[in-house]
Write a protein that binds this ligand. Structure first.
Ligand SMILES: *Cc1c(COP(=O)(O)O)cnc(C)c1O
Length: 430
């Protein structure tokens, strides 16, 4: 399909990046289950390796099925290009890789996916990188944390648990003034609810494992580039602005302009780190993404209904969902995520730790899993699982206190989900 800026989200989620297969006319995007692609001749091969022509060489770098998904996600986010990877965590490393050197740091929100906190506070140290965690509602603290060695600012538009909504525009302005890109993890919001690039973000990362695929079948990730950051404005990003020794001295920004980051991600990131998405995974995610807006509408409708029901229930102490008027983020969410606050929230059960365990074990429709963004409703008691290693104080700070459970509301019948919660709450608090 030709790219028309006039097409709406519902059209783009089905068509962007895809066209009938030129070889067979297949209407659905084929799974190009091939490792390598034949060169027309030696000249064609040389042009591909010189990045003078865009095409397919080897599936660690590029694959036609994955390329459709890349263009689809880039279009939905309003970016110029995207690189898909093997998981959301791979996408985070791929986003930081062109920016960082040993000795540099990323300034990150304290409210992040638990796995990201571990990746940033522990694992990236092996590369000589570090992270400074600050409260992103305290803009002065964000400003103060950015130093000469900072190469990126990182946060989540909707962060769980706790129903936190980031003021993306305000933090983007701080990052911009300091000459560093803002990276937004948009996994929980999806581009249907939030388009971080419109709020000033330079890069967007996704775990496509969650809502974009939507049915809990494959892991994947994606880095989307806005194409708007000026990598040559300072000497902070030599991999993009200076001759890149890992690609025979090519100057990516000078050569590819707004596509510099995307080309670097493929030509060096995927080539040398190899965190590649496979064409089967891309296929499942392409199938899922076709119904993203329809699913998100239902996820939100259900989440609002269930959060309101829980908040009014005597067996529940509190509900943290930005879609409720009681949330401190109720006003902000209308600006950052105008279509709704997502479908992820926590609630506190009277009776504490023991009642939460009983609740989780008594539910029939909700599954007890460490995942989110499935069509199925999911629940987890963080204090006894994902946040088990933390002290009670750390659990409290993370919004994962012993009396709290987190739910990812699915697209089932809301009345069935409420009946399930009602039964299980009775069993848990009896
Ligand atoms: C799941 C998740 C990740 C990690 O993604 P994987 O695909 O599991 O590697 C990162 N950020 C958020 C917000 C997530 O929900």
């Amino acid at each position: 399909m030709t790219d028309g800026p006039s097409y709406g989200f519902d059209t783009l989620q089905i068509h962007a990046g895809a066209r009938p297969d030129p070889a067979t006319g297949a209407r659905q995007t084929p799974i190009y289950q091939s490792t390598a692609f034949v060169f027309r001749d030696a000249e064609h091969a040389a042009a591909l390796f010189n990045l003078q022509e865009v095409g397919y060489i080897y599936s660690r770098l590029t694959n036609p099925t994955v390329a459709v998904l890349q263009e689809r996600i880039a279009t939905l986010e309003g970016g110029v290009g995207a690189v898909c990877c093997s998981s959301g965590h791979a996408a985070q490393i791929m986003a930081l890789f062109p920016l960082m050197r040993p000795g540099t740091n990323v300034v990150a929100s304290t409210r992040l996916y638990g796995g990201t906190v571990t990746q940033f506070s522990q694992t990236i140290k092996r590369f000589g990188w570090s992270a400074k965690f600050v409260d992103f509602d305290d803009l002065e603290a964000v400003k103060a944390a950015i130093d000469d060695d900072t190469r990126a600012v990182f946060g989540e538009a909707i962060a769980n648990p706790g129903g936190y909504i980031m003021d993306v525009r305000a933090v983007a302005d701080v990052a911009d003034a300091a000459g560093v890109p803002l990276i937004i993890d948009n996994t929980s919001a999806t581009p249907y609810l939030c388009r971080p690039i419109e709020h000033g973000a330079s890069l967007v990362v996704h775990s496509t494992t969650k809502y974009l695929t939507g049915n809990g079948t494959v892991t994947g990730g994606c880095v989307v580039d806005s194409g708007k950051f000026d990598w040559s404005a300072s000497d902070k990003f030599p991999s993009l602005s200076h001759p890149e020794p890992a690609y025979h001295g090519l100057k990516f920004h000078e050569t590819f302009g707004p596509l510099a980051f995307t080309f670097h991600g493929i030509a060096i990131g995927l080539r040398d780190l190899g965190m590649t998405m496979n064409p089967q995974a891309a296929h499942y995610t392409l199938m899922g993404i076709e119904t993203l807006s329809l699913r998100m509408e239902r996820h939100i409708e259900n989440a609002v209904k269930i959060a309101k029901w829980l908040e009014a229930d005597d067996r529940v102490d509190f509900v943290t969902y930005a879609g409720l008027e009681s949330s401190p983020y109720f006003t902000r969410v209308k600006d950052v995520c105008p279509r709704g606050a997502g479908a992820l929230f926590t609630f506190a059960v009277k009776g504490g730790y023991d009642a939460c365990i009983k609740l989780v074990d008594s539910l029939e429709i909700f599954s007890h899993v460490a995942n989110l963004g499935d069509t199925r409703s999911l629940i987890i008691h963080s204090a006894s699982t994902t946040h088990r290693q933390l002290s009670p104080e750390q659990q409290e700070a993370a919004g994962a206190a012993p009396n709290v459970v987190r739910v990812s509301i699915g697209t089932e019948d809301a009345d069935d989900l409420i009946a399930d919660l009602d039964r299980a709450l009775s069993a848990a608090t009896a």
